[in-house]
Design a protein around this ligand. Structure first.
Ligand SMILES: C[S@@+](CC[C@H](N)C(=O)[O-])C[C@H]1O[C@@H](n2cnc3c(N)ncnc32)[C@H](O)[C@@H]1O
Length: 222
């Protein structure tokens, strides 16, 4: 039996192109080819992302049904306009629009934007109620919005918090899905675990941070 296995292994070793594996040119070419394929994949699967700093890149993951329901609970009674930062296929935007908010989804991936626009058209939603903009939200002034929803990643929440503190007015409400803003006091929260959402009222956040000015971005303390 042992002899049989030895024979099989010997046959397999003989089948491997060992001279290629030992050849540095072959290894370099394979590496370059794999890198090229990866580059191509990022161009098509993550269009627009090349200009976003690596520490601020956030991949697509749609909100779950429960998470969306939790967002709607903390938006209850809110009026005006809403921005969803990184709107994906538009799930949160469609839910918020059904509650009467004028919604804009900012999405850097043009394939997702196209999909969300098609879904809006299919549902017969007018542009004054729902719109999807193919744009980097880091480069967008958000001061016109009094409701903002975000479902992003833990690593970007600090930086995003600084941007929102600079741009949003006191009456604005920010809803964070799954990942809370570090150091911000939430006004209310819904759900648990992966579906938890936190609502922050900017006036409350500012009042809280003013008591610990080192947490405020520089522009707010001057
Ligand atoms: C976790 S998904 C959330 C999708 C959607 N909001 C939802 O709840 O179903 C995050 C989305 O943000 C988008 N995104 C990441 N960085 C962005 C940026 N700088 N500007 C616009 N969209 C961005 C990604 O392409 C992705 O679709």
């Amino acid at each position: 039996m042992d002899d049989d296995i030895e024979v099989i292994l010997q046959d397999r070793r003989a089948g491997l192109p060992q001279q290629h594996l030992d050849n540095p040119t072959f290894t370099a070419c394979t590496g370059a080819l794999l890198l090229g394929i990866y580059r191509l994949w990022t161009v098509f699967a993550l269009p627009g992302f090349r200009k976003v700093p690596v520490n601020l890149k956030v991949p697509y993951l749609p909100s779950s049904k429960t998470q969306t329901q939790n967002v709607m609970k903390v938006l209850r009674g809110r009026r005006g306009c809403l921005a969803d930062l990184g709107s994906g296929n538009g799930r949160l935007v469609f839910a918020a629009a059904s509650a009467g908010l004028r919604c804009t989804g900012f999405e850097i991936n043009s394939i997702l934007t196209a999909s969300a626009r098609t879904r809006a058209w299919w549902r017969g939603l007018p542009a004054c109620s729902v719109s999807f903009v193919s744009r980097d939200f880091w480069k967008t002034d958000l001061s016109d919005f009094n409701n903002v929803t975000v479902f992003l990643a833990p690593g970007v929440m600090d930086v995003l918090g600084e941007k929102l503190l600079r741009e949003l007015h006191d009456e604005a409400r920010v809803i964070a899905c799954r990942f809370p803003f570090p150091g911000w006091p939430c006004s209310t929260s819904e759900g648990q675990g992966l579906d938890q959402v936190w609502a922050y009222d900017m006036r409350v956040v500012r009042d809280h941070l003013l008591q610990a000015p080192t947490l405020l971005p520089k522009a707010q303390t001057q």
